[in-house]
Design a protein. Structure first.
Length: 282
C-alpha cells in the first residue's frame, strides 16, 4: 500500500507488481469502502494486467480534525487523476463499481486519459432527476438515513448508536462488510452522509452525454441494491456504449471470487485490450 497527497489530503492506494508491457487497469471503489473489497477483482486479472485502486478520501480516517468540504464528486475525480499521475499511467482501462462507476463517469467527462470505461452495477442517483425510473426500496431507506446523518455530528452519533444497539453489524452478509463500516462509526457516518449530499446532486446524465470513447455498462437482474433501470438510462445517454445485462449475481458478486460478473469483465477487458493492440499494430 502507498499514500499519495492530493489537495493536502492523504489518499491510501494499492497496486499489484508492475510488469512491463502489461495493460494498466484502475478500479474505482465505492465511497467509504475498504481496499480489501478489491481483492476478488484483482485476483481475476493479476496474471495479465497491472492493477491499481485507492480508498476514497478521508471518510474512513480516524482524524477528527479532517475537513469535510472536499468531499465532492470533483474531488473524487481529481483523486483518480492524481493516481494516474502518481503512477505515470497513459490511457489506462478504468473500471468503476457501484458509486465508483459514477466517479469514473465524471472523471471521463473531464479527462481523455483513459482507454476504455467499464461501469459495473453503477449507482447514479437518478431518482433525483426523475420519478420514471424504477428505484429499489433500499435506495429510499438509505437516502432518508443519510440526509438525517448529514444534519450534524449529533444526528450521526444517534443513528450510529441505534444501528449498533440493534445488532445490525452482526446481520451484515460477509461480502457486504466492506461497505458498511461508515454506518457503525459516527465520525465516518457524518462524513459519508455529507459526501452523499454532493453525490446525489450531480448530473451524471450530463457527464454521459460528453463521452466519446467506448463504455461498457453492466447491470444484473439479480441486483436488488441498485436495480437495472438507471444503468440502462446511462447506457442510452452514451454515444458509444455496450450494455451488458444478465444474471451476474447480486450487487456484492463483484466482491466474491470467480463470480459471473468477474468472469464477464475479464473476458470483456481482455477483448478490449486485444482490439486496441491490433489497431495499433495496423
Amino acid at each position: 500500500m502507498k499514500k499519495f497527497i492530493n489537495g493536502g489530503v492523504p489518499i491510501l492506494s494499492m497496486h499489484t507488481e508492475r510488469v512491463e508491457n502489461r495493460p494498466d487497469v484502475i478500479l474505482v471503489l465505492p465511497f467509504g469502502t475498504e481496499l480489501e473489497a478489491a481483492n476478488s477483482f484483482i485476483a481475476s486479472l493479476d496474471q495479465t494486467c497491472n492493477l491499481y485502486t485507492w480508498q476514497s478520501r478521508h471518510i474512513l480516517d480516524d482524524n477528527d480534525e479532517l475537513q469535510v468540504q472536499a468531499l465532492t464528486m470533483a474531488s473524487h475525480a481529481a483523486d483518480l487523476e492524481q493516481l494516474i499521475e502518481e503512477y505515470a499511467l497513459h490511457e489506462p482501462v478504468i473500471v468503476g463499481y457501484c458509486s465508483g462507476a459514477a466517479v469514473a463517469l465524471h472523471f471521463a467527462a473531464r479527462s481523455d486519459n483513459y482507454q476504455a470505461l467499464f461501469l459495473v452495477f453503477g449507482e447514479y442517483a437518478l431518482a433525483e432527476r426523475s420519478k420514471e425510473y424504477e428505484i429499489p426500496a433500499h435506495y429510499f431507506e438509505v437516502d432518508t438515513l443519510l440526509r438525517m446523518a448529514a444534519k450534524s455530528r449529533a444526528f450521526s452519533t444517534m443513528l450510529s448508536d441505534k444501528m449498533s444497539d440493534a445488532g445490525f453489524a452482526s446481520q451484515v452478509a460477509d461480502e457486504a462488510r466492506f461497505f458498511n463500516k461508515p454506518y457503525f462509526n459516527e465520525l465516518y457516518l457524518h462524513r459519508y452522509a455529507l459526501n452523499y449530499l454532493d453525490f446525489v446532486s450531480h448530473d451524471y446524465l450530463g457527464d454521459a452525454k460528453q463521452l466519446e470513447k467506448h463504455v461498457y455498462v453492466y447491470c444484473s437482474d439479480e441486483d436488488k441494491h441498485v436495480g437495472t433501470d438507471t444503468s440502462v438510462v446511462i447506457s442510452n445517454a452514451l454515444r458509444n456504449s455496450t450494455l451488458v445485462k444478465g444474471k451476474f449475481g447480486d450487487h456484492y458478486a463483484f466482491c466474491r471470487p470467480e463470480t459471473g460478473i468477474l468472469q464477464q469483465l475479464k473476458k470483456d477487458i481482455s477483448h478490449e485490450i486485444s482490439s486496441r493492440e491490433c489497431l495499433r499494430a495496423v
